[in-house]
Design a binder for this molecule. Structure first.
Ligand code: GDP
Length: 201
């Protein structure tokens, strides 16, 4: 890992703000990197593992905070933005509409947003709910990068990487490099930190 990435992720990461509605988004002040994925994809675990701070996952999995956009400040350099999970099997239409409205407005209006990390469970691959988000990202011209999670549990990681990469390659806004991580084994964490740190500079 580069000195910059090491230094950045050695800093304290603090929960600063949770926005449940658009009019409550904080004023942009730092570069932002967002994290999104289906519920249970391992988003809290990954953010936690990246920052090495156990309090973060708990902060965003606290009841009431799971449906909001949570902002975590990494030193004076970067804001990690935890978007609410999606793709619940039995989510009511009204809830999906509320999620879409909040996330779409964030994506469209957010000048400091450098990249969205699209988390994909290495056991399941891309699902239609991910494709819906990708359509929103393409439309909002937000650059995004695929990050496989839970690779310690993947049956055939190479096949999954190839399949997901091939689909992402069809999207101009998608970054060509697919990251592969495990919050359990620690695989891919340094590469992911490196990618994020490169956006902060
Ligand atoms: P979120 O809903 O996306 O925030 O997902 P969580 O971080 O809460 O994780 C969902 C479940 O997956 C939990 O039971 C975690 O323990 C598990 N999990 C998360 N990351 C990993 C991983 O890298 N490997 C394995 N094997 N399990 C994981």
């Amino acid at each position: 890992m580069s000195e910059e990435a090491r230094r950045l992720f050695a800093q304290e990461c603090r929960f600063v703000f949770g926005a449940a509605s658009l009019d409550r988004l904080p004023e942009p002040e730092l570069v932002e990197v967002a994290f999104a994925g289906r519920s249970n994809v391992g988003k809290s675990s990954l953010i936690n593992a990246l920052t090495g701070r156990g309090a973060l996952a708990r902060a965003s999995n606290t009841p009431g905070r799971t449906r909001q956009i949570n902002f975590f400040r990494l030193d004076d350099a970067l804001m990690l933005v935890d978007l609410p999970g999606y793709g619940y099997a039995r989510a009511p239409k009204k809830e999906i509409a509320a999620w879409t409205k909040l996330v779409d407005a964030y994506l469209r209006g957010r000048t400091p947003l450098r990249r969205l990390m699209l988390l994909i469970d290495a056991r399941h691959g891309l699902k239609d709910s991910d494709r819906d988000l990708m359509k929103m990202l393409d439309a909002a011209a937000v650059s995004y990068q695929g990050v496989l999670t839970k690779i310690d549990k993947a049956d055939d990681l190479e096949a999954m990487k190839a399949e997901v990469s091939a689909e992402l390659a069809k999207h101009v806004a998608a970054h060509p490099r697919l990251l592969a991580t495990s919050a359990v084994s620690g695989a891919g964490l340094d590469e992911t930190r490196e990618e994020i740190a490169s956006l902060a500079l």
